[in-house]
Design a protein around this ligand. Structure first.
Ligand SMILES: *Cc1c(COP(=O)(O)O)cnc(C)c1O
Length: 395
């Protein structure tokens, strides 16, 4: 079958994938339709942290699918309470609101925090303001792209949703300066993923936490990519020793088997919602909950978070020995790693194509950065294998 031609002819043109057609996956490995094996160094943008087709998650999915898949929230289901209990125990959050995609979790948080602002801070009608960062990535809906700084994400899609203000990332003083009487929240990624694995200064999140406390504004951390072990901690906020008021998770919450996201919140904020004010037909369905429970269980039980910290450090130190004068920096936390080349000098896409031809799948972000983010089950031997090829192609 001519996959490429059919996709070109019949599919929307909103992606530019590498030309590799996959049909099987196991752990860190995927295979194409011709039987060639590749090491997955993207993990579906960190949705497959637990590795492809983890047998325990597959088992939970198939068993629950044959039992009960969807009740809608018109009725209750037995999996939901277990999902709540597990997430609250693991993250110390008070309350959970289950959704499906990451963008839906972001939208949900925006709705909740706006209502909280009007009810408890007495903000004037339609005046609530949320501060976000330059080069953020929070998803693709109209409201979310309304506060994007990426022209490609916005152009031609207006009119946009008002009520957002953008400041530089990693600059706590800029947050302080941007706060007005109408500010209700600051939403930020602990490490900016799509921007190119941008790690803020060490004190940033601690300072941000303090500023939010001082001004009674809600700190929303978008951990949809950084969360669930990717950076070597369950949540990236732990590196800074802080707790957000609201945390958004998605992607690896299902180990990549099903779209599951959640808003984690303290009680005061979540309790502004009343019946009929928000919902989702599929959000919190028993199949999603059973899959997420298994995905969380194996993440903890198989020590994938600890492995992410150890293997991430090992991978990064190997990348730092690459001898290529066009490399600007190799940086990362846990298995969230970025390799940045001098801008204008190099087309990272070319390296991704060459790595693919040599059995490593990864994806450029912007023109000059390659992200390395293998599943968290990767071993030292696997990383040596990858580093060998990366040195051959890039070093
Ligand atoms: C992927 C991502 C989203 C959006 O998630 P979708 O499931 O694609 O809607 C939001 N925020 C961050 C940080 C992400 O990486």
């Amino acid at each position: 079958m001519d996959y490429l031609e059919i996709e070109r002819k019949l599919g929307a043109n909103n992606y530019k994938p590498l030309d590799v057609v996959l049909n099987r996956g196991q752990g860190i490995w995927v295979w194409d339709v011709d039987g060639n094996r590749y090491m997955d160094c993207l993990s579906a943008y960190s949705a497959v942290n637990q590795g492809h087709c983890h047998p325990e998650i597959v088992k939970a999915l198939t068993e629950q699918a044959g039992k009960l898949s969807l009740t809608s929230r018109a009725f209750r289901n037995d999996q939901l309470s277990q999902f709540y209990t597990s997430l609250c125990e693991l993250t110390h959050s008070h309350k959970v609101l289950p959704m499906n995609s990451g963008a839906e979790a972001v939208e949900t948080a925006i709705k909740i925090v706006r209502k909280w602002g009007y009810q408890t801070k007495g903000i004037g009608e339609n005046k609530a303001e949320i501060i976000v960062c330059d080069n953020n990535f929070h998803g693709r809906t109209i409201t979310i792209i309304s506060f994007s700084s990426d022209p490609g994400a916005r152009e031609g899609f207006g009119p946009f949703t008002p009520g957002f203000k953008r400041i530089p990332f990693g600059d706590a003083a800029a947050l302080k300066a941007a706060i007005t009487e109408n500010t209700i929240a600051f939403m930020v990624e602990p490490i900016q993923g799509e921007a190119g694995v941008i790690i803020p200064p060490d004190t940033y999140l601690k300072d941000v936490r303090q500023i939010c406390d001082d001004h009674d504004i809600v700190l929303i951390l978008d951990e949809i990519q950084t969360g669930l072990g990717r950076t070597g901690k369950l949540l990236a906020e732990e590196h800074a020793g802080i707790e957000a008021d609201m945390t958004l998770i998605g992607k690896a919450l299902s180990g990549g088997l099903y779209p599951v996201s959640a808003v984690l919140s303290n009680t005061e904020i979540m309790d502004v919602l009343h019946p009929g004010e928000h919902g989702s037909t599929f959000g919190g369905n028993p199949l999603a909950c059973a899959v997420a429970l298994a995905a969380l269980d194996v993440l903890i039980k198989e020590k994938m978070i600890e492995n992410s910290a150890a293997m991430g450090a090992y991978f990064l130190s190997g990348l730092k020995t690459l001898k290529n004068p066009l490399i600007k920096e190799a940086r990362g936390r846990g298995l969230m790693i970025g390799l940045e080349f001098m801008p204008e000098k190099i087309n990272a896409r070319q390296y991704c194509e060459q790595l693919k031809d040599n059995g490593i799948l990864c994806k450029e972000t912007h023109e000059n950065i390659i992200r390395f983010a293998p599943p968290l089950v990767v071993t030292k031997k696997d990383i040596d294998y990858a580093l060998d090829i990366i040195h051959k192609v890039i070093g």
